[in-house]
Design a protein around this ligand. Structure first.
Ligand SMILES: C[S@@+](CC[C@H](N)C(=O)[O-])C[C@H]1O[C@@H](n2cnc3c(N)ncnc32)[C@H](O)[C@@H]1O
Length: 284
């Protein structure tokens, strides 16, 4: 790994330095044969996250095309690595006697707890209380968001978890099955969300994972599809990113959601990477 200077991560890193460090990491990651968890992969992604976490006024839209192209590739690589980390971890704990007891061992468990807290608070502040049925789109092999929301905040809500990846749902279901009470409220549906239609109309609240729709174009298509079928007055909670965190995840901003009412946009300033955008489908 080229010499990555250690920064004082508290203060803002000068944009040129930040971008050159991120481009260096991207070049190294792109050459890896595999993105499965390993000492090298973990070190690279830990560095990348540390670079992108500090507050930053960087505006992705103003960057040169070469950097924008690198960012699109980096988001895909991060998404792949995140999925592989989840799959490896969830496969491992699914073979333990009580998988649900081990979910707290996931490396980013604490971040998911904080993010679920933010999301629950934002929903409550916007009048979404006691949701009966919720959809989580892009739940993954390690569906920590819906598990934490269902057990810490929405204890009587039913969750339909949609994921395009059958393997992800298989292992996720195995983990949840070790908590009989939770299992009754957590279903897993293997389907590309773009093929789910009328069914989307039954949810009080829909969550959209940051990695569903990795490019702006794909994200807009997913948002348009959900809006078409979700119920009027229903809310859609979309995960986004801001500043240098947008090197890791797609951005969803006001210009992307013109047909929705924007209830709130929240940007964390701690180590929670995703921003939260709460939208509502207006009543006709
Ligand atoms: C890695 S997970 C991250 C979510 C995380 N586990 C959580 O609890 O917040 C993101 C998932 O989105 C799924 N996904 C991506 N595109 C999708 C689509 N069009 N329809 C359904 N699922 C999709 C991927 O298969 C992946 O498992």
């Amino acid at each position: 790994m080229a010499s990555l200077q250690t920064f004082n991560f508290e203060s803002q890193i000068p944009h040129e330095l930040l971008i050159s460090q991120i481009m260096q990491i991207h070049a190294t990651i792109s050459k890896l044969d595999s993105l499965r968890p390993s000492k090298q992969v973990n070190t690279l992604f830990t560095h990348l996250v540390k670079l992108c976490i500090p507050p930053s006024s960087i505006d992705i839209e103003t960057l040169p095309q070469e950097v924008k192209t690198m960012r699109e590739s980096l988001i895909k690589l991060c998404g792949k690595a995140e999925g592989l980390l989840e799959l490896e971890f969830s496969t491992f704990i699914s073979q333990t006697p009580n998988p649900m007891k081990n979910i707290t061992l996931f490396p980013y468990y604490g971040n998911y707890v904080k993010l679920a807290n933010y999301e629950n608070t934002i929903l409550k502040e916007n009048g979404v209380v006691n949701a009966k049925k919720v959809a989580f789109i892009g739940s993954g092999p390690m569906p920590l968001s819906s598990i934490i929301l269902a057990t810490h905040h929405m204890e009587s809500t039913h969750f339909d978890n949609f994921d395009i990846d059958e393997k992800a749902n298989e292992v996720a279901s195995k983990i949840v099955a070790s908590d009989k009470a939770l299992e009754k409220r957590m279903k897993f549906v293997t389907q590309n969300i773009m093929e789910v239609k009328e069914r989307l109309g039954q949810y009080d609240c829909i969550f959209l994972a940051a990695l569903v729709g990795m490019s702006r174009g794909e994200k807009m298509k997913v948002l348009g599809h959900i809006r078409k079928y979700m119920k009027e007055g229903g809310v859609l909670l979309v995960r986004s990113a801001k500043g240098s965190r947008a090197f890791l995840y797609p951005i969803v901003d006001e210009n992307d959601v013109l047909d929705f009412e924007v209830l709130t946009i929240f940007h964390p300033t701690d180590d929670v990477i995703n921003s939260v955008v709460l939208l509502q489908k207006p009543k006709a």
